[in-house]
Ligand binder design. Structure first.
Ligand SMILES: [Zn+2]
Length: 233
């Protein structure tokens, strides 16, 4: 074999090795992307704040974290009675890092993630109503790639079910629980506790139940539009 030919063979061999390694790497990274599969029955409910983080403070001094937990527990029971597997990120007054809340939902392969919060605004006591926050165009590993549909549906059912003011769906790209979760995820601001009347409502069993019932109806509608057979269970 001439030196020229030998060089050519070496170059071809090196190229083959480089291409093979690249292909293995590309394949592996796509496997990692597809590793997360959403389970058809699992719903993660995330009562916002907790422990040393009270969240917003209400007109009369109530803590957002407490209202979030009460609503979340009712939502947990309501969805459980419908046959869903429901997981709460906290079931008592404790501090949990937001990244851990998202990680739990990913680990449990949740189909949807719903974070429950209450709103407050300084020096604007008249502001009230329900908002649903979401992050659009996230990378999701199941059929529904965009949380906006979930946000819209839940908000509309909640407005219908409670008569609260519609404060719209809001795009938020900066929230850990919406960024880190790998399934459709929303954050519901159930009302403004800085508003005297809305805080009063949010502290009642009856209003909490109306919020929960409308979230459940909205979720079932969302699931009916995104049937189970699209999911890898
Ligand atoms: Zn909050």
């Amino acid at each position: 074999m001439s030196i020229k030919r030998f060089r050519l063979v070496v170059i071809i061999l090196v190229l083959i090795i480089v291409i093979t390694i690249s292909l293995i790497f590309i394949k592996r990274s796509s496997i990692i992307d597809k590793e997360f599969k959403s389970s058809e029955k699992v719903i993660v409910i995330d009562p916002g704040h907790g422990g040393r983080d009270p969240g917003a403070i209400g007109f009369s001094g109530s803590y957002e974290k407490d209202i979030n937990l009460e609503i979340s527990k009712k939502l947990f029971e309501a969805l459980k009675s419908k046959g869903y597997k429901v997981i709460l990120t906290r079931d008592k007054d404790e501090y949990i890092d937001n990244s851990l809340r998202a990680d739990l939902a990913n680990k449990k392969r949740a189909r949807v993630f719903i974070s429950i919060h209450g709103n407050a605004i300084k020096d604007k006591a008249s502001v009230k109503g329900i908002q649903v926050l979401y992050r659009p165009h996230r990378e999701s590993t199941i059929g529904d790639l965009d949380s906006s549909q979930l946000a819209e549906i839940i908000l509309n059912f909640m407005i219908e079910g409670t008569g609260a003011k519609n404060m719209g769906t809001i795009v938020r790209n900066d929230l850990m629980v919406l960024n880190r979760t790998k399934m459709p995820a929303i954050l519901i601001e159930c009302g403004f506790i800085s508003n005297e009347n809305e805080e009063k409502l949010l502290l009642t069993e009856d209003y909490q139940k109306r919020l929960v019932d409308s979230i459940v109806t909205g979720l079932e509608h969302y699931f009916s539009l995104n049937p189970d057979d699209e999911l890898d269970s």
